[in-house]
Design a protein around this ligand. Structure first.
Ligand code: PMP
Ligand code: GLN
Length: 401
């Protein structure tokens, strides 16, 4: 991630380095504090409406909160089994079977994680070795590349086209070689709001056939697709599923990003390796929440209705800003919308995002930070997982720009 905006805004590392030269040898010399922390901090400091970091400003379903409280009261407060509570793993397995016709054995092929970030980190640590190459599509969510580097691997970047044909598979074919260990995909995609199609999945399948490439599929927005699109989980494609680690997050599905609970699906052999690292990374995950989720997962309407719920948020946001000078390609999924500001200013996106937060009072995320090297961009990412009233207040400001 390009950390222009973040340099100097992080911890006290530089002070310590000066006092003890030679003691700090950074394993991630080019990494600062994540943009989400930086922009949310800036929003707080300036009292801006925070459409930057992705999280809802509305509550979790009441019953889910009640269930967690009840599970705590009933004494489910000690370690759960290392791979996750059996009842939750069974509920996840059932859900995936129903949605994607994919069979994952709850015993050996489903693991509950401390959110998707830990799942992704653990998968990369467990499966990528020194010198391995990992294909990363850009713009890319920020946690992939640092994990690859910490594992001793090398990220090989392939540019996506946020406003056109998303992935040039002929180009991907050219970058794949014997050193390629993993390909990371993310659909629906953060930050572009684009989704991968069935044709994309078929191309990916063809490309990886007869290779030992692992797919790490980040599907945290699996229930947030719009306009009738269906989520193309790798788990729908048996030939892909057999080489894939699939990651999801309850945080996105139940409006509880702060709980940090997610899960991983993978064939037994891959999952065995995943768990070897997972057990020393977190061991196990919040027990009362797992008990509550195990029960709540059977109430299908919550995740089945999520696409419709967020589509009306997206549509409201776009309607509210339709007379603004931003150019829009409506999001196909996620709870993010990219807005092109080239008709307003020719400032760098990092500068404009900063200024918008400080002077206008709306915080967003500049698109260029999702690229490994400075890439001129004229788009900002706005999170519309907000109360209608929050979106109305933000739109009022955006319309005046
Ligand atoms: N992947 C993507 C694409 C995300 O947007 C996020 C966070 N919103 C994550 C992974 C991490 O999810 P979690 O909060 O469950 O760690
Ligand atoms: N995934 C969220 C986003 O894209 C942020 C999560 C985080 O702050 N690490 O905004």
């Amino acid at each position: 991630m390009n950390s222009d905006l973040m340099n100097g805004l992080g911890t006290n590392n530089s002070i310590r380095t000066m006092q003890f030269p030679g003691i700090v040898r950074s394993k991630l010399p080019n990494v600062g504090t994540t943009i989400f922390t930086v922009m949310s901090g800036l929003a707080r400091e300036h009292g801006a409406i925070n459409l930057s970091q992705g999280f809802p400003d509305f509550s979790i379903p009441d019953r889910l909160g009640e269930l967690v409280a009840e599970k705590m009261r009933k004494g489910h407060n000690q370690y759960s089994p290392m791979p996750g509570l059996p009842a939750l793993r069974e509920a996840i397995s059932l859900k995936v079977q129903e949605l994607y016709s994919a069979t994952y054995d709850p015993q050996d092929e489903v693991t509950v994680t401390a959110g998707a970030t830990q799942a992704i980190f653990t998968a990369i640590m467990a499966l990528v070795q020194e010198g391995d190459e990992v294909v990363v599509f850009e713009p890319a969510y920020d946690c992939y590349v640092p994990a690859i580097e910490l594992a001793g691997g090398k990220a090989i970047f392939v540019q996506m086209e946020p406003t056109g044909v998303l992935i040039d598979w002929e180009y991907v074919k050219r970058v794949i070689n014997q050193r390629t260990r993993m390909i990371i995909i993310n659909t629906p995609n953060n930050p572009t709001g684009r989704i991968m199609s069935a044709q994309d999945m078929v191309r990916l399948q063809k490309l990886t056939e007869r290779t030992d490439i692992i797919i790490l599929s980040d599907e945290v927005y699996e229930h947030i697709l719009f306009d009738g699109y269906e989520h193309q989980s790798v788990s729908r494609y048996p030939k892909l599923a057999e080489r894939s680690v699939v990651v999801s997050s309850f945080g996105k599905t139940y409006h509880c990003t702060g709980w940090k609970v997610g899960h991983v699906l993978a064939p037994k052999e891959l999952m065995r390796e995943f768990r070897k690292t997972h057990q020393f990374n977190v061991f196990s995950v919040n027990t009362p929440v797992q008990h509550a989720l195990a029960e709540f997962l059977s109430e299908r309407q919550h995740y089945l209705g999520l696409g419709t719920f967020y589509q009306s948020k997206r549509d409201l946001f776009l309607k509210l800003i339709k007379d603004s000078r931003f150019k829009v390609r409506p999001s196909e999924g996620t709870y993010f919308q990219l807005l092109d500001y080239s008709a307003i200013t020719d400032e760098k996106d990092t500068d404009y995002a900063n200024r918008l937060t400080k002077e206008a009072g709306v915080a967003s995320i500049p698109l260029s930070v999702f690229y490994h090297r400075p890439t001129p961009m004229t788009q900002l990412r706005f999170c519309f997982a907000k109360e209608d009233e929050t979106l109305e207040r933000a739109a009022e400001i955006l319309n005046k720009l």
